[in-house]
Design a protein around this ligand. Structure first.
Ligand code: NI
Length: 185
């Protein structure tokens, strides 16, 4: 089932999301719905708050982020992350042009560390730990921020942030090209 996407301005996007247990109702179905929604909207990541749920869960598929067919790790980086914890950030800060399904039509350069070490439960509630760099680390950091109520626009430079203020306000009022079902505040 395709879920409506909460747009910037909705309260759930600014909440600190709660950890969940393995008896969370219909978790498998929720994860399947989140993947379906992410693919349908051409996203590479989707966090639960973006579908109205303040829980610590996100899904990613970084495949479309690389054109390098030899980079099989990124090509097949499809995961569900439950109760994730970034335990280490490392590497140089890298700039990358980010977008977000909750902020349609806006793309801005964001600096983030090149690498992270992340601990999380997978969709079978097995504890995993991975060290990621490049596109995989980028999408994971963006989605992880969603669980703490942080949006990528919070991380752009101060001048740029001032320049996009009106644009963000318009987006929150629904003034953007509607390509998928959304929920406004
Ligand atoms: Ni996002």
């Amino acid at each position: 089932m395709i879920l409506p996407i909460s747009i910037i301005g909705t309260a759930v996007l600014r909440k600190k999301a709660e950890t969940i247990n393995n008896d969370y109702p219909e978790l498998k179905q929720l994860i399947a719905d989140m993947f379906e929604t992410m693919y349908k909207t051409d996203g590479v990541g989707l966090a639960a708050p973006q579908v109205g749920l303040a829980i610590r869960l996100f899904v990613v598929d970084a495949g479309p982020m690389t054109d390098d067919d030899n980079d099989t790790f990124t090509k097949s980086f499809k995961r569900a992350f439950i109760n994730p914890e970034i335990v280490e950030y490392f590497g140089d800060k890298v700039s990358y042009n980010e977008g977000c399904l909750s902020i349609p039509g806006l793309h801005e350069d964001v600096d983030r560390p090149d690498g992270v070490k992340i601990r999380y439960y997978d969709e079978n509630f097995q504890l995993q730990e991975e060290t990621l760099t490049g596109a995989c680390a980028r999408v994971v950091q963006h989605e992880y921020d969603h669980l703490d109520g942080i949006l990528f626009t919070d991380k752009v430079g101060m001048l740029r942030r001032k320049m996009i203020k009106n644009k963000l306000s318009n987006i929150s009022k629904g003034k953007f090209e509607h390509r998928y079902k959304v929920k406004l505040a």
